[in-house]
Write a protein that binds this ligand. Sequence first.
Ligand code: HEM
Length: 404
Amino acid sequence: MLSATKRHELTLLAAGQPWLPALLLAGRAAKPIRKVPKLGWFVADPLVARQIYNDSTHFSIVSEGAAGHWWAQVIGDWVEDLFEGPGHTDLRNKVRDLFIAKHTDALVDRVMGAALKDLVADLGAGRTVDIAERARVLVGRSVSDLVGMSPDDISAIFGDHFTSDDPDEPFRVLFEHVEELVNLAIGTMASTTLDPVALERARALIGKLSSSIPAAYERADGDTTLGRCRELGLELEHASGLAMLMAVAGTDTLASAMSRMAALLHDSRDQRILLAMPERTPDAVRETLRVTSPAYLVGRSVTADVEIAGRKLVAGEHVKILTWSINNAVGDFSVNRDYVPETRQLWFGGGRHLCLGAQLVHSELTALLQALTANGRPYEIVERRYRRKVFIPTYEVLRIRLTD
Ligand code: HEM
């Protein structure tokens, strides 16, 4: 029988895209690697996944079938260098320092500290809080910092979408626009070539989202991502591309992990373990990322014939690494589970494209978890709804309140 945690997770995936749970569950049969007509090779084995991530001679992130190909159509071929050429290594080396714990903890404190204090106070006062909505606002705050948009900038660009003068409204609206951009990736399973309508919309959204970057790049202080990019000598075009990439890679994925973490801790009843043993907080964060694996599938294209796990992959074919299936094969969510060496942190990919925001994700999830447990009491879920038709499945509503 399915556990409550698994049942809710699978329903959430189905609300996002109806075929997703079937694909990800059946995907386990692809271990280690299996060919599916018209779609390409599916990989459900951690070692084979890592072998592919580490082999940039035969696998590419910028050819048809992979994320970089999608990006190149939207912002221009120059991103191929940002993703795969010498520019990629250079850029990662230059910005590495921005993503160490000292910097990401400070960013979380500066950008989300006050909002998290409000969350603790609201829960402590017995109020019901919608964690899904708070997650969208928290991540909206983080994205606005990454792209250098102040609430006034957001209002100037997206103000006609505001429905209230709530100070959180700009961040909600920003989140929704980034989510709309990400949702344009729905339907790219067989091909990452965008149709003309989707391409036009993607370009329009990118144009709006990046419109504050030149001014922010000039004025931002060294504590912000764009300011640091300028100080590190990154030219504006690269800083802008990086900011957009981070905004798209790290918005829906992170908000999804946030609200699903709150649900998992409740559904598994592990929040009580965590309240008694706060030292297991890093395990709860790691388990959240393993079980949710918000980037559930990662694409690559084969650029030269190669043999992998006894199968011959031919140039031009697509490969899909089933991150969710691999990570969930380990078992149900448990804060008592220690680090699993086999999966390591496959939810963040691997090799040279390993998620750049991994430490920021840890800092943000840890801060949220600390806020959820700060009152020393467990919470109950009073309302739960799944978000429909989204590329990254998540909660639409997750209303919680403290209980005994
Ligand atoms: C729970 C949240 C997140 C998950 C599950 C996640 C997952 C991933 C995965 C699987 C990849 C590798 C993609 C591939 O190889 O094709 C990746 C790459 C990347 N992520 Fe994340 N990510 C998250 C949040 C973030 C955040 C918050 C940021 C930025 C602030 C970010 C920035 C990036 C960037 C820039 C890359 C590309 C790195 C490169 O190509 O060198 N991600 N992410």
